[in-house]
Design a protein around this ligand. Sequence first.
Ligand SMILES: [Zn+2]
Length: 68
Amino acid sequence: MAKKSYTIKTACPQCGCSRAQVLSEDEMREKYGDVPNFEMECHECMQKYISEMKSACPDWDAECRLQE
Ligand SMILES: [Zn+2]
C-alpha cells in the first residue's frame, strides 16, 4: 500500500499569497505532531502567522483525532 501523503495549504494574511506543502505521514509527525495550530512564515513577505491545522490540512487533523 502506498504511503499516504498530506497537503497543507496556508495563505498569508498580509500579502495573501498561498502555499501548499505535501508531506508524508512521518514528516507531518516530525514537523507538526498533533498540534491544533502551527506557525508559518510567508516566503514572499516573511510575515509569521498562525494557521489552524483543521483548515490547513483537514486530513491530518482527522487522522490525529482518530488516534486519540
Ligand atoms: Zn506574505
